[in-house]
Design a binder for this molecule. Structure first.
Ligand SMILES: *Cc1c(COP(=O)(O)O)cnc(C)c1O
Length: 238
């Protein structure tokens, strides 16, 4: 089995190569390491290999992990601290710890959640960075605002204090067909462009996971969220 450090270097090399193939500057594609279901030890291994941004889906698991990682008091992170991103479904009664412990939230899909995050973001912290999760494939079971409703939601959120609306996030319907993957990502990019044309500044397209990195980067992703390719297969039974 390859190590987390080896996997991380391989993913970074892929991001670099895919960006160059698409005529993009590789430094414009950030890597979010999705550490859900893996322990603080796995995060610390990735930190030792240079990774600083981590994505989590499950709140209690994330809070325990953040605390365990902080307790490790990493000297190496003094200059460039860790950045935690919440990317999972949000229950409205669980917004306060998210507002208090994360730098980014990628999964905002309704105004109620944004209002609570805005009210609950502590004053001593910088604004909470927000991406709207869009149900780009229009799947019934998926969370995310529908594309037709994204502009209105962006307008509501852009004016809220203590939040900084940064962009859009999507998890398209799974497909092995790269052309189909690209179509979904292109739709998200075009939606972002239309929101910007309406006067709302956005600089982030959070799209692409282990199995569709290439398509996402080709279509303009600025942040890929990669779990399996770094940490291995998840075991939800544990
Ligand atoms: C789990 C998850 C990822 C990572 O997926 P991999 O296929 O393991 O790379 C990315 N984004 C979201 C929203 C996730 O829930």
């Amino acid at each position: 089995m390859s190590s987390i450090s080896d996997n991380l270097q391989a993913v970074l090399a892929h991001i670099h190569a895919y960006a160059q193939q698409s005529g993009r500057d590789p430094s414009q594609v950030d890597l979010l390491a999705v550490s859900k279901t893996f322990g603080a030890d796995a995060v610390l291994e990735a930190v030792a290999a240079g990774q600083r941004r981590f994505g989590e889906n499950y709140l209690q698991e994330a809070l325990d992990k953040i605390q365990a990682v902080q307790a490790a008091k990493l000297v190496s992170t003094a200059a460039w601290p860790l950045e935690w991103h919440f990317i999972g479904p949000i229950q409205s009664n669980k917004t306060r710890p998210i507002a208090e412990h994360f730098a980014w939230v990628h999964s905002v899909d309704r105004e109620k959640i944004a209002l609570r995050l805005s009210e609950q973001r502590p004053d001593h912290l910088p604004s909470l960075n927000i991406c709207l999760q869009v149900n780009i494939s229009g799947e019934e079971s998926k969370s995310g605002v529908l594309p037709a409703e994204a502009l209105a939601l962006a307008q509501q959120i852009a004016v809220l204090p203590r939040l900084s609306l940064r962009g859009l996030m999507a998890v398209p319907e799974a497909s092995d067909d790269e052309q189909q993957q690209r179509r979904a990502f292109r739709q998200l990019k075009e939606l972002s462009q239309s929101i910007q044309a309406a006067g709302i500044a956005l600089d982030t397209l959070s799209m692409g996971m282990s199995s569709d990195l290439h398509a996402a980067i080709a279509e303009g992703s600025t942040m890929v969220r990669v779990g399996t390719a770094i940490f291995g297969n998840r075991n939800y039974a544990k």
